[in-house]
Design a protein around this ligand. Structure first.
Ligand code: BGC
Ligand code: BGC
Length: 817
């Protein structure tokens, strides 16, 4: 049913805007999305196939039931499964997503609970039971910059920073250290490295990409795989190595407008030449797994693209490991749901990441093999690949020598390596002679990020988004300020921390540390490359210090190059420090010289992403027509190679005000770009909220007439937020309870919300999972209007706030009274 029909059925009325836009909304992007393998580079898996192992696999396959085979092909998340479930559902793998905790322990936990968690699942999988073939599980985690979900782990700089180091051997060593910290936590599989070639810096995952330059990604891919897994055919869990997962295949960094999980509207030759660059070397280095991408290529979702998953990846590129799906990524294929998707397995996916949908998917898939929808040969091929990886990873051997070595987590050698990586990744954009800082001086260290290990570590740090962290969560880490203070004291000088930049005694110089707040995936997508549009406290701070005659050094933390011309103009020196991770001391190593001002380490970093001249240069890539950056790819000053940056133009070139798609009602008003529609049967009046005069709006429904209020917006897409378990948070007060049914609607998914408006209880906060609307038929990809409330009875309700919020345990899906 199309959206206008649905609308008519639901509410007995049609609105002209729906009719007008319906045909446009249903249009599918067109273009070629079937790949021809002949146009792709060749490669060959190394170290995965040998006849002895293949025979052992055949012997196991011969004993396994269909349920056991299908189970191998499904992965569940720790937040939604218990070890005992494996007795009934013999799944092949467990993951812990970015915000998923170990069993019976807090989300932020040290290695102990993680070891216990993996053991608990494996114990059930390996049980000798009647009619059960014991097969070890794989346990996967997003160890994307060190084993970053474990408290105390070494946090390496994010990939964008490593790209600036231009040092494949450093990458290999980081991979090896990360593997040891993963193995020490009892885990055997890293969802890394990301081999995206990010071509549009608006993308929230730009920092997970080594470079916009395919050649650099190509030179790192094999090094990282070998670091994590060991040399092909040699590394196992017993040698402190883990399985890698090159991700996300394919075109994640090439989506239109840099939209996460979006559509790469590009030619086959561009997809191959640019975006596949890292895969042949990763395969040649023996990568055991490759993760399918959320994105589409010319309108077709990668999770369902047989020509790319099977013909190119397994055929042309000779990949003998297995393809893992992304987080319910299969559910985005048209015709699929998270629990029903034969198309993905037929296309070549070997294991589906079904965090919370594993049970339904398992049952449906078994049925679909039985009824012939999915050929048995496809199942046998997938399971063979999975078992092959498990053998090659050493998982059938119960010895886990590294598991007890928890002192490897945050080990001094790893931290020294991370600090080396920080030093090598700093890019000096500007230096008018104030760096290096003499360590005998007295300096001020200012800025909101100066003493903030969470911020310097970015997303994918203890929590998915990297939010909610305090310095106390990082027992083995050092803040940037702390590293500077140490270096200054060693030279007889001093460093005073003052985040707001105030001082009692005028300092010789100020280092200001500021930048982007942590984010991950789609919530990091931005509209313009202007740094912090609308909020200019950092710039004001730079201006204030500069106006007082204090030389200013900016240390800028970001997950991408950004338009910072005004900040550059206010700085005597400016360092792009990216997201350096736990070793803040690496910044001081390069910025702070000895007591007479001689450098201790020179700058070595060079841009792996072109730096924009305006905020509108989102897609600024060397070699493309009209390339006109502020600092080109490879740029980076040093003490031995100084340069001059003059006064820069301060015209952003685009309105950077972030596109609001999360706040629908704020202090009683509907903020831009949304508008409020109120049907005549409803009256409204401003009322006071708990904290603000006229901070809420009261809506009064009259009895007998059908009345609706709706918040309208222009085709807002909340599919990412829905997928990420976000919730709609309402802050409201019922002034007169509803006398009949109240319907709340999002994306044409209507829920019976009567229970929320049934009694007066003062101001209250309610969270409704966005998925609740999907359950009732909602399509969250094109909200138009965003949200509505309607009833035919009477009721009076005052709304203060309606906004998106992250997942919380008290979320409810109301139904009826
Ligand atoms: C998980 C992440 C995952 C994301 C997918 C989150 O709840 O913690 O690991 O990537 O959902 O949308
Ligand atoms: C991300 C992947 C990640 C997975 C598991 C997804 O949302 O796209 O990169 O490995 O979640 O957390």
């Amino acid at each position: 049913m199309n959206t206008s029909r649905k609308r008519a059925v639901l509410f007995g009325l049609t609105l002209p805007f729906v009719l007008a836009s319906a045909s446009v909304l249903n249009a599918q992007p067109e273009g070629q999305n079937v790949a021809d393998p002949a146009h792709w580079p060749q490669a060959k898996s190394q170290g995965l196939i040998d006849s002895e192992t293949e025979e052992r696999i055949s012997a196991l396959l011969a004993k396994m039931t269909l349920e056991e085979k299908v189970g191998q092909m499904i992965q569940a998340d720790t937040s939604a499964i218990k070890p005992n479930d494996l007795t009934k559902y013999p799944l092949g793998s467990i993951l812990a997503g970015g915000s998923s905790p170990p069993l019976d322990a807090p989300d932020r936990s040290p290695a102990g609970p993680w070891i216990d968690t993996v053991r608990a699942f494996n114990d059930v999988a390996m049980q000798e039971r009647q009619g059960h073939v014991p097969i070890p599980i794989m346990f996967g985690i997003d160890a994307v910059h060190g084993n970053n979900n474990i408290v105390g782990a070494t946090l390496f700089p994010h990939n964008i920073a490593l790209g600036a180091a231009h040092d494949p051997d450093l990458i290999r060593r980081i991979g090896a250290a990360t593997a040891k910290e993963i193995a020490a936590a009892g885990i055997d599989w890293a969802f890394a490295p990301t081999l995206a070639v990010a071509r549009n810096d608006r993308w929230g995952r730009t920092y997970e990409s080594y470079s916009e330059d395919p050649a650099l990604v190509r030179s790192y891919a094999g090094a990282m795989i070998i670091g994590l897994q060991g040399n092909p055919g040699e590394g196992t869990i017993q040698t402190g190595n883990v399985s890698a997962s090159a991700k996300h295949f394919l075109g994640d960094g090439g989506t239109a407008n840099g939209i996460d999980q979006g559509n790469a509207q590009i030619s086959e030759s561009e997809l191959s030449a640019i975006h596949s660059a890292g895969y042949p070397p990763a395969i040649n280095a023996g990568t055991r797994t490759i993760m399918a991408s959320f994105n589409s290529w010319n309108g077709a979702k990668m999770h369902g693209n047989k020509s790319l998953l099977t013909d190119v990846l397994k055929g042309r590129m000779g990949f003998d490991g297995f393809i893992i799906g992304d987080w319910n990524g299969h559910a985005q294929i048209p015709g699929c749901t998270s629990t029903d998707c034969p198309a993905t397995f037929i296309a070549g996916l070997d294991m589906a990441m079904a965090p919370d949908s594993w049970k339904g998917l398992f049952e449906k898939t078994v049925q679909q093999v039985r009824d012939g929808t999915i050929p048995m040969a496809r199942i046998d091929d997938a399971v063979r690949r999975i078992l092959r990886v498990k053998f090659k990873a050493g998982l059938f051997d119960p010895a886990r020598p590294y598991e007890r070595m928890t002192d490897l987590i945050g080990h001094a050698d790893h931290r020294a390596l991370a600090r080396e990586a920080v030093r090598k990744s700093l890019v000096l954009l500007k230096n008018d002679g104030v760096l290096p800082v003499k360590s005998s001086a007295n300096i001020l260290v200012a800025g909101s990020a100066a003493d903030n290990i969470g911020q310097q570590s970015g997303g994918w740090t203890l929590s998915w988004q990297g939010d909610g962290n305090t310095n106390a969560d990082f027992p083995n880490a050092q803040s940037i300020y702390s590293g500077i203070a140490e270096a200054m004291e060693a030279g007889g000088g001093s460093a005073t921390l003052s985040t707001d930049g105030s001082y009692a005694r005028k300092p010789d110089l100020a280092i200001v540390v500021f930048g982007e707040k942590p984010y991950a995936e789609g919530s990091g997508d931005i509209r313009s490359l202007e740094f912090s549009p609308g909020e200019k406290q950092d710039l004001e701070l730079l201006k204030r210090l500069k106006a007082s005659g204090i030389p200013v050094v900016s240390v800028f933390l970001s997950g991408r190059p950004m338009w910072v011309n005004p900040e550059l103009n206010q700085s005597d020196a400016f360092v792009a420090a990216w997201l350096p991770g736990s070793e803040g001391g690496g910044i001081a190593d390069v910025l702070i010289g000895d007591s007479s001002g001689r450098p201790r380490h020179d700058f070595a970093g060079r841009l792996s992403f072109s730096w924009p001249k305006t905020a509108a240069q989102f897609s600024l890539n060397q070699g493309e027509p009209g390339y006109d950056p502020l600092f080109e790819l490879g740029y980076g000053l040093s003490y031995s190679n100084p340069g001059k940056v003059g006064q820069l133009a301060e015209i952003a070139g685009i309105d950077g005000t972030p596109l609001n798609k999360s706040h629908f009602f704020t202090n009683g008003r509907v903020p831009k770009p949304f508008t409020l529609q109120v049907e005549p049967a409803v009256t409204r009046a401003p009322v006071d909220s708990r904290t603000k005069q006229e901070g809420a709006t009261q809506f009064r429904w009259q009895d007998g007439a059908h009345g609706m209020i709706s918040i309208d917006g222009d085709d807002i897409d909340l599919s990412f937020e829905t997928n990420a378990e976000m919730m709609l948070k309402l802050v409201y007060r019922v002034d007169n309870p509803a006398t009949s049914k109240v319907t709340m609607n999002m994306g044409w998914g209507a829920i019976d919300a009567t229970s929320l408006f049934g009694s007066t209880a003062g101001w209250q906060t309610v969270r409704i999972p966005l998925k609740c609307f999907v359950k009732h038929g909602g399509d969250m990809a094109r909200l138009h209007p965003v949200l509505s409330f309607e009833t035919t009875g009477s009721m009076t309700v005052s709304f203060e706030n309606i906004e998106l919020a992250t997942q919380a345990p008290d979320g409810i899906c109301p139904s009826g009274r």
